[in-house]
Ligand binder design. Structure first.
Ligand SMILES: Nc1ncnc2c1ncn2[C@@H]1O[C@H](COP(=O)(O)OP(=O)(O)OP(=O)(O)O)[C@@H](O)[C@H]1O
Length: 384
């Protein structure tokens, strides 16, 4: 756990970069510092490894005051990744990654073998290890930067806009891989970005800073989207926050409609008999949805897996409201298919009831007995 206790940084010219910040970055979690340019994110990050010294207040790592720890020793336990990777241009990729283990006295052979393993772990081909940084793309360089920071297996990682200098597609894949890696590694990570979408995607907790180095809100992404502390935070997280909050809102509690179905192999007359607005949902013997049949216009005698419209996505009952909305919006009938975790049909839902949740700040949250304040009548998605 990294703790800021009333930390202030005033630079010699009088600029107050960080003003009385209190926050706790729990072990094994990603804490994101986000805010507009110049609000003190980088200064806060650099105070953790003492590249910048606080003017007042304390920073503790696992209860120990960093101010009383020798800076060189402190940094051995802290990996540091920056924008543009900051690689040594005249060293190969393997040697870049092996830098810290070598400084720690590992044999050259062991350090290089470890580096080669890490290069693959961050999603790079092994053969890139022999290249120089200039011979890599921006995204590849950032991966090497992450591998280098991980090389000494530090419990803490500080990351300053590590994915900002690459295009949006590469950036997204770097973010995905970073989350996968963190799933395995469980590092205590403090991550700086100016991009609220990145903060919400990556952060277990997000600290929103405002100009003047003050903490505007420190909360989990869902909380930030649903209950911004003030106008500044609301403006910063954006007008579409209600829609984005759906990703963090469980689907349990949403009201489902019973959907008439036919099984594969049934006579087409059966399908026509139960079709709603001409369409019927086809399921297999296990009640797993197969696709929609335009029963009105079908010229077949029996329901087969040919000629089914499989355009819509199927939402999982243990997923998010966003998944349910996607299912409704992508369905050729407007009726989104919701299935249990085993893939069996539970019912359908139209976009209307999901969208109406955008206006309800308490959407999806349930009380301890499982009954939400706006719990609809039966049937509904069971919480598995
Ligand atoms: N060495 C310094 N001397 C004086 N002022 C500084 C120094 N470093 C940063 N500052 C000022 O402190 C404030 C906070 O800077 P900091 O780099 O921490 O912000 P930031 O939120 O990381 O910004 P950005 O997103 O633009 O990188 C800014 O006003 C900046 O100009």
């Amino acid at each position: 756990m990294i703790e800021f206790e009333s930390v202030t940084k005033r630079y010699p010219d009088g600029t107050v970069a960080v003003d009385q910040v209190d926050l706790r970055a729990p072990s094994g979690e990603i804490t994101v510092l986000v805010g507009p340019s110049g609000c003190g994110k980088t200064t806060s990050l650099r105070m953790i490894n003492r590249m910048v010294e606080p003017t007042s207040g304390r920073i503790l790592i696992d209860g120990k005051d960093t101010g009383t720890t020798n800076p060189a020793q402190l940094r051995r336990g802290i990996g540091y990744v920056i924008q543009h990777a900051g690689l040594f241009p005249h060293r190969t990729v393997v040697d870049n990654v092996a830098t810290v283990p070598l400084l720690l006295g590992w044999s050259r052979k062991k350090a290089r073998a470890h580096a080669a393993e890490l290069i693959q772990r961050v999603g790079l081909d092994a053969h890139l290890g022999d290249r120089y940084p200039a011979q890599l793309s921006g995204g590849q360089q950032q991966r090497v930067g992450v591998a280098r920071a991980l090389a000494a297996d530090p419990p803490v990682m500080l990351m300053d806009e590590p994915f900002s200098a690459v295009d949006p597609v590469v950036r997204e894949s770097l973010q995905e891989e970073f989350l996968r890696l963190q799933d395995e590694l469980d590092k205590t990570i403090v991550f700086v970005t100016h991009d609220i979408d990145e903060a919400i995607k990556l952060g277990d907790r997000v600290a929103v800073f405002r100009t003047g180095g003050r903490l505007a809100q420190f909360a989990e992404p869902k909380q930030l989207l649903e209950h911004p502390a003030d106008e500044f935070v609301a403006g910063f997280v954006g007008k579409d926050r209600g829609y984005r909050a759906l990703s963090f809102t469980p689907a349990d509690g949403i009201s489902l409609n019973d959907e008439p179905t036919v099984r594969l192999g049934a006579p087409i007359a059966d399908a026509r008999a139960v079709a709603v607005d001409g369409w019927v949902l086809v399921v297999d013997d296990e009640r797993r949805p197969q696709g929609w049949l335009d029963a009105q216009n079908s010229r077949q005698d029996a329901v087969t897996s040919d000629h089914l419209n499989r355009a819509g996505t199927v939402a999982s009952a243990d997923g998010s409201l966003r998944g349910v909305l996607d299912a409704a919006l992508s369905s050729p009938t407007g009726r989104g298919v919701v299935a249990d975790p085993a893939g069996r049909l539970l019912g359908t839902v139209t976009a209307g009831p999901v969208l109406s949740r955008l206006d309800q700040p308490t959407a999806g949250r349930t009380t301890s007995d499982g009954a939400g304040p706006d719990r609809p009548a039966e049937p509904e998605v069971a919480n598995p």
